[in-house]
Design a protein around this ligand. Structure first.
Ligand SMILES: [Zn+2]
Length: 432
């Protein structure tokens, strides 16, 4: 039984959380009793986070960028108990073989649970993938590993097919026909002009009349206007910590080259204000590390992407401590809604939910140092930022982080939405 403080009905108050033998929350209240009592005092107990957008680069990526093993330990240390791993690995997850290869890399190697997205670019593979994958990811502009993207005219048929398959569908929304090529980009500000807000807004505009039966979500929205259109259309979306906290005014640093680009400071601030007001439903890292030397190439040749799964909660918890962000807003965006969108019994302090919990001591601050984070890439866009990392992390009631150190075992599973038809991916044979 875990005792400490937690947000109950919007207020931090003392609680006890009893956990059953199956690792689920049995009950929660002022006094629940039962079992040995672990009291964390003034520290705050939160549901662990779900980061529904990561790239752990396996198979086919350079191990000095990331692996499923290293990425999931980073997640555990950052208070994330489930990651949604994107399909644009090498080969991309588009068919039977690529699905099996990637799925086999999780068993015995993952420190947290992993939901694997598939890419729906091969029509005859869709039914197979829908019985295994945790979700689909659709790219509207070409990206590493995914060169062919659907034209706007093909989208209605794709949405109809995907809504029949019922899985969550995340979309990278940039319209490549709106990209601007005007000379070699040498800085994030140039990159922002090359892949402008107009490209993102055009792509979002294409999505707002997708069928309501589609479980649609838009990845890494960068502007308050985009957020507003999606809210009005009732479509789920995420913002990333880098788009919320960093602008394109950062000098000629290719480490901060990301897709979509960092935006101007006023645009960033407007997005942050929308997030603070609770108008951005989900925060996700889009963790996409590259080796340091790849990011030291000239800006136009450097790959896009920044690491972030381990710093997602810590940088935002620090904003909570500073009084700039409400803890309830963060808990909803990082823990509750992403798990709900993925159909997982996680992310809320609720009897019956998995006891995936973290303990946060708001007095225990540190400065982020890329070399001490767990990703082998060894750098972070939040170098030197103040952060607060969870001191403890429980997965199904079992402690996997203690005193800020990883003490768990690599027994993370491949999961898929509980509402989806068929058995969980982990128990399926691949005979059919
Ligand atoms: Zn991504």
């Amino acid at each position: 039984m875990l005792a400490g403080r937690a947000l109950v009905r919007g207020r931090l108050q003392p609680v006890e959380i009893a956990i059953d033998d199956a690792g689920r929350i049995r009950s929660l209240g002022k006094i629940v009793g039962g079992g040995p009592r672990h009291d964390v005092g003034e520290s705050v107990i939160l549901p662990a986070a779900t980061d529904l957008h990561v790239h752990f680069r396996e198979p086919g990526g350079p191990p000095e960028a990331e692996t499923i093993a290293s990425g999931t330990i980073g997640a555990a240390l950052g208070g994330v108990s489930l990651v949604g791993e994107m399909p644009n690995t090498r080969p991309p997850v588009t068919d039977v073989e690529s699905w099996q290869e990637k799925s086999s890399l999780v068993a015995g190697r993952a420190a947290v649970d992993v939901l694997l997205y598939a890419s729906p670019v091969v029509p005859r593979e869709l039914a197979f993938l829908a019985r295994r994958a945790g979700g689909f990811k659709v790219y509207l502009s070409p990206t590493t590993g995914i060169e062919n993207v659907p034209a706007a005219s093909e989208l209605p048929a794709l949405w109809d097919r995907l809504s029949e398959l019922r899985l969550p569908v995340s979309v990278h929304a940039e319209d490549p026909t709106r990209f601007v090529s005007a000379g070699r980009p040498t800085s994030p500000a140039d990159w922002d002009r090359a892949r402008p807000v107009a490209a993102e807004e055009a792509a979002i505009g294409e999505l707002t009349d997708a069928p309501k039966s589609l479980r649609l979500h838009v990845a890494h929205v960068t502007t308050a206007a985009g957020a507003r259109s999606l809210r009005n259309a009732g479509i789920s979306f995420e913002a990333t910590p880098h788009h919320l906290l960093l602008s394109d005014k950062v000098g000629a640093d290719a480490r901060l080259k990301v897709n979509p680009p960092l935006r101007t400071e006023p645009q960033r601030e407007a997005l942050w204000e929308a997030f603070r007001r609770g108008e951005v439903p989900i925060v996700a890292s889009d963790h996409a590390p590259h080796p340091r030397d790849a990011k030291e190439l000239p800006f136009d040749r450097a790959p896009s992407g920044v690491p972030g799964v381990e710093t997602l909660l810590p940088v935002l918890l620090s904003r909570v401590r500073a009084g700039e962000l409400d803890l309830g807003v963060l808990q909803a965006a990082a823990c509750d809604r992403p798990a709900r969108w993925l159909g997982q019994p996680l992310g809320r302090l609720l009897p019956g939910h998995r006891a995936n919990l973290i303990v946060v001591d708001f007095t225990n601050r540190f400065r982020i140092d890329g070399r001490t984070l767990h990703s082998p890439c060894g750098w972070t866009p939040f170098e030197g930022w103040e952060a607060i990392r969870p001191q403890e992390h429980y997965r199904d009631g079992v402690r996997v982080v203690e005193g800020g150190e990883y003490v768990g075992r690599p027994d993370g599973r491949v999961v898929r939405p509980e509402y989806a038809s068929g058995e969980p991916a982990a128990t399926l044979t691949d005979a059919d």
